[in-house]
Design a protein around this ligand. Structure first.
Ligand code: GLU
Length: 345
């Protein structure tokens, strides 16, 4: 009895303290996602160095101008919800935003008409098919599938309230400017190149038109969509756009509210389900972060409440996803334990 009491009073507390000291570092990695500056700085440069020599994939060439972008450009950026910026590589090179613009135009429509309007007039289901699949547009004849595939993105553009095409485009550009905290510009050569070769997107426009799923003149919507895709962003600017989502709709650099907080989870849900083209399931399974990719080589991923992680590199795989960018983001997310499905968070 006396022995047990001594064990209880002195030895047991000592053992508990030793056990706590041993376990504490592991608890830290399984809990809150770290925003420690030294950690983020290290991870950005580690991700850059690990994948900078990877040559898998090739620049998209179905838009001729994209094939001219130097294939070895590579940049990695983290912007936290508090506005700290960590970078490595080519983070100031402007590339065309392409499909990464899609969730932001959906957010603009939500701002104007509420998130229910996306559900009713476009839809939110992932297709499991390519982003420009005509078949996907025909699967759900009452809607245009979801705003992150081409048909749904063209429909989203057509929903932006405006009297003219110029007004509609300027609204989209102004919204992206506020998200990025910068004056963005169209890369005219990319716009012209895609406008001359976007017959498939015009087909989407006409299919939507004949089945009452487009809300402005269809060719005008396709043209504004094509200009939207040609907006130039740097990896750093894209990361600020993503960090605005991570910060519940407030741009962490300019401090301006751009998206209502209630719409942010809807935008992230779209990104989670359809942000990675027909590899969205794979991405959810491996990285577990809402993200959006574009054939220009940009990818933005969002760790809600914490940060955005962006990669830019023009070599894309068959699905259209930048190989180095995806690997870099996945590496950082894994090191941080940032998977949104992780119970440790
Ligand atoms: N402008 C491109 C298209 O419509 C965007 C594709 C993409 O980035 O997924 O084909």
């Amino acid at each position: 009895m006396a022995k047990l009491t001594r064990f209880g009073r002195t030895i047991l507390p000592g053992m508990l303290i030793i056990a706590f000291v041993l376990v504490a570092p592991f608890r830290a990695t399984g809990g809150e996602v770290s925003t420690d500056p030294a950690t983020l700085k290290r991870l950005v440069s580690e991700a850059y160095n690990k994948f900078k020599d990877l040559k898998e994939g090739k620049p998209a060439d179905y838009i001729p101008e994209l094939a001219k972008v130097p294939p070895d450009l590579f940049g990695v950026v983290i912007v936290t919800a508090k506005g700290e910026i960590y970078t490595a590589g080519d983070v100031d090179h402007a590339f065309s935003i392409q499909s990464v613009s899609k969730p932001f135009t959906a957010a603009l429509v939500m701002q104007e008409q509420g998130s229910q309007s996306i559900l009713e007039k476009i839809g939110v289901e992932p297709t499991g098919l390519k982003f420009n699949s005509i078949l996907a547009t025909q699967i759900l004849p009452q809607v245009s599938v979801n705003p992150l595939v081409n048909s749904g993105a063209i429909a989203a553009v057509s929903m932006v309230k405006a009297k003219t095409a110029a007004e509609r485009f300027n609204k989209i550009l102004d919204f992206e400017d506020r998200l990025a905290g910068a004056k963005l510009k169209v890369i005219e050569d990319v716009y012209k190149s895609e406008a001359a070769t976007n017959q498939r997107n015009r087909a989407h426009g006409y299919i939507l038109f004949v089945s009452d799923r487009i809300y402005s003149d269809p060719m005008e919507a396709v043209d504004v969509y094509t200009r939207q895709c040609a907006i130039g962003v740097t990896a750093k600017q894209l990361a600020v756009m993503g960090a605005t989502l991570a910060n519940n709709g407030v741009n962490p650099i300019t401090k301006a509210r751009v998206i209502d907080a209630r719409h942010v989870p809807k935008v992230l849900a779209l990104m989670m389900m359809a942000g990675f083209y027909n590899e969205s399931g794979l991405w959810a399974y491996t990285a577990g972060l809402p993200a959006k990719t574009g054939v220009g080589g940009g990818i933005v991923a969002v760790v809600p409440g914490k940060m955005s992680i962006v990669g830019f590199s023009p070599r894309v795989n068959d699905a259209g996803n930048s190989v180095r960018s995806a690997k870099a983001i996945e590496y950082i997310a894994e090191q941080l334990g940032a998977n949104v499905f992780g119970s440790g968070r």
